[in-house]
Each structure stands twice: as structure tokens, then as C-alpha cells.
Design a protein. Sequence first.
Length: 281
Amino acid sequence: MSDAQSPSSMPSASGPVQQPGKPAGARIIAITSGKGGVGKTFVSANLAAALARRGQRVLVLDADLGLANLDVVLNLHPKITLHDVFTGKATLDEAVIAAPGGFSVVLAGSGMVEYSRLTPEVRNQFLSVIETLTPRYDVILLDTGAGISDVVLFSVSLASEVMIVATPEPTSLTDAYAAIKVLAVQQKRQHVRLIVNQAARPGDGRAITSQLQQVLDRFVSTESGKPVRLLHMGDIPVDPTVREAVMRRQLLLLQTPGCPAALAVSQLAGKVEEALLHRAQ
Ligand SMILES: Nc1ncnc2c1ncn2[C@@H]1O[C@H](COP(=O)(O)OP(=O)(O)OP(=O)(O)O)[C@@H](O)[C@H]1O
Ligand SMILES: [Mg+2]
């Protein structure tokens, strides 16, 4: 899907006639990755809580349609999911659930093979869900699946901003590079934001960003001929309390707000707010 068709380019999401700090609709941010299991769902849920604590109206949509697990991390047992909305069994309003942490979620079902392929029905339903939700929130986080499948790329195309989560492992970085390349070429993204999760040392993220940028500069250019820019949003350190929180199915930000990973997510929320939510233009 081209940018021209996506809600991110519609007036409600990016229109210029807005009061400073008061966007007309939600900023839609995709949280995605090349490799799986790098921390997208952890970041989405905890970033949502941190943004909500800052007074933002936040919704997280589980865009990992076939293999959803946001509900697991939040210890929610949804009766109604996006699948019910897509198939007309429930309304979207019924699918919006309050999550611990002061934000809303729309959850997806798991083990649904019908969402492993992008069909016109899924596209249209997804688009209509986003269009309906956009005016109601300040920010919508899309917790996407990993990789560069049609479904993942489509969900990312619905966002005006993309945040790639990567760990310092070479496999994760190789896959992050591949995902960024596809986003630059196929979606004509001029910039992509990077969160380095499970960082071993302070400064890891900056070094990784500049290494990846060098490779992108050499091998990837956007349609305009300009190289795609990688913007470093922050690092989250490797922290055993993250796993403990997931095991207890609790939000890290509520369980241990003072631990290093929670502090890093809070800092990330400040940066997201500053860079993306206070739109003065
Ligand atoms: N900063 C961290 N420190 C330690 N462990 C972490 C950290 N971030 C994530 N993890 C571990 O990685 C696991 C996977 O995280 P998560 O489910 O958020 O990844 P994901 O990218 O959403 O995976 P998938 O691609 O399957 O959707 C977590 O359950 C947690 O145990
Ligand atoms: Mg996930």
C-alpha cells in the first residue's frame, strides 16, 4: 500500500491545520522488527503505560494478527478480539478494552491461519478500524509481527512513524537492516526510528545506529535519491526484571518502575512525546 492511501497521510493524522500540541487525531506509530522475540510487545505495552502516565490518550493495537500475545503480557482474557470485529461478530467499541497502566488495547486472536496472508478483506477491515480509532486518541501504537511478510508490511504502512526494535545480536541487526531496506524502498520511508533493546552497555545503541546508517548509506537509497535516515530513539538495557514481569504477566512499569529497563522506557516515552506528539507545525 502506498503512503498516499494510508490513514497516516490523511488529514486527520497529519493535516497541517492544528493547534500546537493539539493534533486532530492520533499519531500512529508502528513498533516492528526484523527478527522476532526482540521485545516489541514488551516495548509497546510499557511505552503505552509511560505515555499514559504523561497524560497522553494511548491505544495499543495488537497488529500481530495471527500470533497475538499482547493479552498474555497484560494478563487480559479478552472475550472479543479484532477477529470478531473483522468478521462482524462484534463492534469495534466492544473490542476496545482498558489495560492496566491507564491505556486502551484492541487485542487480536492467536493461531489464526487466515491472517498469515494479506487479503483485500483484511486490508479493508484493518484500514477501517484505524480510521475509526484515530480521532479518539493522541497516540496509537501498533504492536506488529516480525519480519517483512505482506501482513506485517501492511500494518506498518498504516503508521506515519516506524520504530524498529533490535537487539545488539548480529542476527537481529541483519534482519533490522533488511526490514529498514524494505521500508525505504517499498514504503518510501525517508526515516526510520531505532530502539536498541537488551543493550549490554550504555552507548550500544548509538554505535549500532551509526554502523547500520553506514551500511544503509552505501546500499539503500529512497526514491528521492536521499539515503534513508535512521534516528536513534533510545536504549533499553538487558534487565532480568523484564523476564520476571512477563512471567508474572505484569507490566514492568507497574511492578518495578525503578528498575533500569523501566527507567529506560520512561525516558523513551519522554523522547517519543517530544519528537512525535508535541507537533507545533
Ligand atoms: N530489556 C530486556 N531485558 C531482558 N529480557 C528482555 C528484555 N526485553 C525483552 N526481554 C525478553 O524477551 C522476551 C520476548 O519479548 P517480546 O515478547 O516483547 O518480543 P516480541 O518482539 O514482541 O516477540 P514476537 O516477535 O514473538 O512478537 C520477553 O518475554 C522477555 O523475556
Ligand atoms: Mg510480540
